[in-house]
Design a protein around this ligand. Structure first.
Ligand code: GUN
Length: 291
């Protein structure tokens, strides 16, 4: 039997509708319009698409957006100066530096420079630490999107074995941290899973992934998760977005996985749209904190 498709695009639309209503109420009460400033260095084609999508999404929910485009040869000092300027600008509530940055710029130094109250990506160590301790200021966007899909599709997390394949700072590590939290810590954002994190050096990977009630693929390799790595009936969440000759494909061999999984997210139209929805959520939260 084919797996149930988890409609990330539809859920993202629903969340954006909720955010739009909340933004409107916030603007009326505070007289402030939430504003997100995105910084794009260089001309990576995927980053250009993401940034354009972010701008459009802001417009849809009534959030003001700024795009600061810098050339690929921008110095670290010039980029830091722009971040300082945005940190000090009271009309800007969220600051996002699009990744990846050119290799001559130290990513950590730049991300650490974003003011923690404007860090809508939740990449600053202070915000990462707060998530780990179960008292988040901002939840990281893609992991939060994954948890929203699970909750809104009625997929139980509590007591389940979640296997996260991938240990990136943006997805794997923070998602594992969220899934393991007591639900009382993150509210509806996470709940009491038993979590295993696997990565490129994990031995006997299929043996571990086949134990997953919820299998999350965030390794960044096209069709890495094959049908034999999935427990029949498991929920499979595919965070991958890989550009191949066959177009955009996820980290899961989708067609084959459909026959084994109980539920699965497609690519595109699965986790991707949630990342932007949760960014808008954080931008509104940032504006509230600064009002
Ligand atoms: N590049 C890929 N994903 C992301 C993200 O979530 N935030 C930022 N800033 N850059 C990214």
């Amino acid at each position: 039997m084919a797996a149930r498709l988890l409609d990330g695009k539809g859920i993202a639309k629903q969340i954006q509708g909720e955010i739009k209503a909340e933004v409107s109420e916030f603007v009326e009460k505070s007289g402030m319009t939430p504003c997100l400033a995105a910084v794009l260095v260089g001309d990576d084609p995927a980053s250009q698409v993401y940034v354009r999508n972010k701008e459009r999404a802001c417009e849809r929910v009534g959030v003001t957006s700024q795009l600061h485009r810098l050339s690929a040869d921008t110095t670290e000092a010039d980029l830091l100066a722009l971040i300082e300027q945005l940190n000090g600008d009271s009309s800007v509530h969220g600051v996002l530096v699009q990744l990846p940055l050119p290799s001559h710029i130290a990513e950590t130094k730049i991300l650490d420079a974003v003011h923690p109250l404007k860090d809508v990506d939740s990449f600053h160590p202070e915000n990462v630490g707060l998530v780990v301790q179960g008292r988040p200021r901002f939840l990281p966007c893609t992991p939060h999107g994954v948890v929203q899909i699970l909750h809104r599709c009625g997929i139980e997390i509590s007591g389940k074995h979640a296997v996260v394949v991938g240990r990136s700072e943006i997805v794997g590590k923070p998602l594992a941290n969220m899934l393991v939290q007591r639900s009382s810590n993150l509210g509806p954002a996470a709940a009491n899973a038993t979590v295993t994190v696997c990565h490129s050096r994990t031995a006997n990977l299929p043996v571990i992934t086949r134990q997953a009630d919820i299998l999350i693929a965030a390794i960044g390799q096209a069709k890495f998760i094959t049908a034999d790595m999935i427990k029949p009936g498991a929920t499979v969440i595919d965070v991958g977005i890989n550009r191949t000759d066959d177009g955009l494909v996820g980290d899961v061999d989708f067609e084959a996985a459909l026959e084994v999984a109980g539920a699965i997210t497609p690519v595109p139209g699965g986790v991707g749209p949630l990342t932007i929805a949760m960014l808008l959520w954080n931008t509104l939260a940032a504006a509230r904190m600064q009002s």
